[in-house]
Design a protein around this ligand. Structure first.
Ligand SMILES: *Cc1c(COP(=O)(O)O)cnc(C)c1O
Length: 423
């Protein structure tokens, strides 16, 4: 069976043929390859086409597909059962790895997705402060829970409007919006009625847009002054931009930090943590309810632990991955310049991003000015030649330890050709 037929069959029984919307390739056209397996830095589809994979399951697979250290640990764990619904020492071990890397995270809790981690962290912030309002940034994604599905409105937005059907305005009216990298827009909406400000400190869900250092330091300062909890959503950037995520890059301690993606090593895991004083408001110690049948699942914890152990032991690998990401982005930039195509790039550790845009991108409004049509064409031509990039202009790219220098060079050769015929 080929990709075309597989997609048709899937669409009959699965909405849109996919279980997460962007996978349907709607914004780039064409059909998504159906995957039969991964191999290191490659994805292989059911037609045996081989792709250099710069998506890596949307971030989790920093060691690439089929890393033996992770797979062996998982196989061993599977032989002892898939789930217990009771505590294991494994959970404590993974929590200790995180607490060692992030000294301001004294206690944490594991859940099964990034969405759940953020949703729970917000509830905890509200329970801890006794305040209802939250502030988020336009273009930042924090999973699909109701109060966070509010994105960019017009410039003067204060009270949020839901950006999905099915979210009552009543649910999102406590979500205030600010502009990324714009401290004045934060000052405009914060008050002593705000429970928390949540931010992707290294934003990866409007393309890759890292925050300015001064902006982030100022954000830390003004939230502290008003007794507002600052939440760093490091579901994507944690263990990705740096071993210590944004904390490693900026040295700023958030009150709550959320994790996902890499922390599960390819299995469904999310986590949130912070000072004991805050976390102890969570049940069973406190009044904020939060629970999960499969939370701390032993197979998921095993994959996460095996992955984190490799990262901790080989922390120099972030420099290697960053060098590769820089090589890739400076190559793309060179081809774009040669063809007189407006192009912006960013790299943070193993994360990279590029925009077909003539101006610097530092917030959502800037990102939206990108040429998505040209991106779509670029994406299609790269895919045809065996390079698997995220199927949207507004997603980050990822380098894994299995993405070799040779794969980068091969990608550049392909991109050189594709840029030539892009305009
Ligand atoms: C992916 C992501 C989420 C949501 O995580 P899921 O596991 O998809 O629910 C939340 N926040 C950020 C920053 C993310 O990148």
């Amino acid at each position: 069976m080929g990709n075309q037929i597989a997609f048709e069959e899937a669409k009959k029984v699965i909405v849109g043929g996919v279980n997460s919307p962007v996978r349907a390739f709607g914004s780039v056209g064409g059909i998504p390859p159906f995957i039969s397996r991964g191999e290191g830095g490659y994805l292989i589809d059911i037609e045996e086409n081989r792709y250099i994979d710069f998506v890596q399951s949307w971030g989790p697979l920093i060691l690439g597909h089929t890393d033996e250290r992770v797979l062996d640990a998982v196989k061993d764990a599977v032989s002892r059962g898939l789930s217990y619904g009771a505590p294991t020492e494994l959970e404590t071990e993974v929590a200790n790895i995180v607490a060692t890397l992030f000294p301001h995270i004294e206690k944490m809790r594991f859940v099964s997705s990034g969405t759940e981690a953020v949703m729970s962290a917000i509830r905890l912030a509200r329970g801890f402060t006794g305040r209802d309002n939250i502030v988020k940034f336009e273009g930042n994604y924090h999973g699909h829970s109701d109060s966070l599905l509010v994105k960019a409105g017009s410039g003067a937005t204060t009270f949020g409007k839901p950006s999905s059907a099915g979210v009552p305005e009543d649910f999102s009216k406590h979500t205030l919006l600010a502009k990324y990298n714009n401290i004045e827009s934060v000052k405009d909406v914060i008050s002593e009625e705000v429970a928390c400000v949540i931010i992707e400190p290294i934003a990866g869900n409007m393309g890759l847009v890292p925050s300015d250092k001064e902006f982030l330091h100022e954000l830390r300062k003004i939230t502290k002054e008003k007794g507002i909890l600052l939440i760093f959503d490091e579901v994507m950037s944690g263990f990705r931009a740096d071993l210590r995520g944004a904390y490693g890059v900026y040295g700023i301690e958030a009150d709550l930090v959320t994790f996902g993606k890499v922390i599960g090593g390819g299995m469904p895991v999310g986590a949130f943590g912070g000072r004991a004083e805050v976390l102890d408001h969570l049940s069973p110690n406190g009044a904020v309810y939060q629970a999960g049948t499969l939370s701390g699942n032993p197979i998921a914890m095993t994959a996460g632990k095996a992955t984190l152990e490799v990262l901790v032991k080989n922390s120099k690998l972030y420099k290697v991955l960053e060098t590769r990401a820089n090589r890739l982005m400076s190559g793309f930039e060179e081809f774009a310049k040669r063809e007189d195509i407006g192009f912006q790039t960013a790299v943070r550790g193993s994360m990279f991003g590029f925009f077909f845009n003539s101006e610097k991108v530092s917030n959502f409004d800037d990102a939206l000015k990108s040429d998505t049509e040209m991106f779509g064409k670029f994406h299609k031509e790269m895919l045809k030649r065996g390079v698997y990039l995220a199927p949207s202009q507004f997603e980050a790219g990822f380098i894994s330890t299995a993405t070799t220098d040779a794969m980068i060079e091969e990608t550049l050769k392909i991109a050189d050709e594709v840029f030539t015929n892009l305009k």
